[in-house]
Ligand binder design. Structure first.
Ligand code: KIV
Ligand code: NA
Length: 264
């Protein structure tokens, strides 16, 4: 496999080949995922929960993401590496440029931020300055205190219309990839079809152009809890490399996520 770029992901969407993504935080797992041909590794601010033990992603700092980006980078020569901009590190365009530069200098190929149309100027500014951007819509965990919990988004038609409009605004602003989290399948399908860029789902059904999971959920590491939209691939295989392979092949065939992992 040659180096994955935003352009190769775009080609995969056009060829209707599913894109497999997973979070990674260290060199060993990053290397294992890279060797399995996983296209995208995300240093997610989910590390605040799965590595640091917080009950949300809000305490995560730019230094935390930078450190783990360096770790992942050293293990993954081929995958596209995306790093999350943490809570309040992209509140203004100036903050956004400064913090995105830090992540890029630490090895990210692309940065991800949560939110819709209000981010258009910052996104355009990043792209103009040489920073590729991934959007994130739907259940955006940095807004958990506005939502009042981790809830499926876009169930009412007004909310759904707003999400579709936000997705189009992000694409127009220049994002090259979009993560869509916890939305009903028909909305995920409408957004995926409306956009030219690849849409990566988590809790959005098998209708998106690819899937992403938090690695701890994919292998049943999160103590006693597996979100509805995830599956423990290690339980079925008993071997971490086989588990990664099964995740990738079931994403590619559309077998994962199944109806029981999706919202309607
Ligand atoms: O932080 C994270 O792991 C994420 C993914 C769940 C998309 O943003
Ligand atoms: Na995140």
């Amino acid at each position: 496999m040659s180096k994955i770029t935003a352009a190769s992901l775009q080609k995969m969407k056009q060829a209707q080949q599913k894109i497999t993504c997973i979070t990674a935080y260290d060199a060993s797992f990053a290397s294992l995922f890279d060797q399995a041909g996983i296209q995208v590794l995300l240093i997610g601010d989910s590390l605040g929960m799965v590595l640091q033990g917080h009950d949300s992603t809000l305490p995560v700092s730019i230094d935390d993401i930078s450190y783990h980006t360096r770790c992942v980078k050293s293990g993954a020569p081929q995958a596209l590496i995306i790093a999350d901009l943490p809570f309040m590190t992209y509140a203004t365009p100036a903050d956004t440029y400064h913090n995105a530069a830090t992540l890029m200098r630490n090895g990210a190929h692309m940065v991800k931020l949560e939110g819709g149309e209000w981010l258009a100027d910052s996104i355009k500014g990043l792209v103009d300055r040489g920073v590729p951007v991934c959007g994130h819509l739907g259940l955006t965990p940095q807004s958990v205190n506005v939502f009042g919990g981790y809830k499926v988004q876009g169930r009412q038609s007004e909310q759904a219309d707003k999400l579709l409009a936000d997705a189009k605004a992000l694409e127009a602003a220049g994002v090259q990839l979009l993560v869509l989290e916890c939305v009903p399948v028909p909305l995920a399908e409408a957004i995926t079809q409306a956009l030219n860029i690849p849409v990566i789902g988590i809790g959005a059904g098998n209708v998106t152009d690819g899937q992403i999971l938090v690695m701890h959920d994919a292998f049943g590491i999160s103590a006693g809890f597996c979100p509805k939209f995830s599956k423990n691939f290690l339980a079925e295989t008993g071997d971490i490399r086989k588990a990664v392979g099964l995740y990738k092949s079931q994403v590619e065939s559309g077998e994962f996520p199944a109806k029981e992992h999706s919202f309607y």
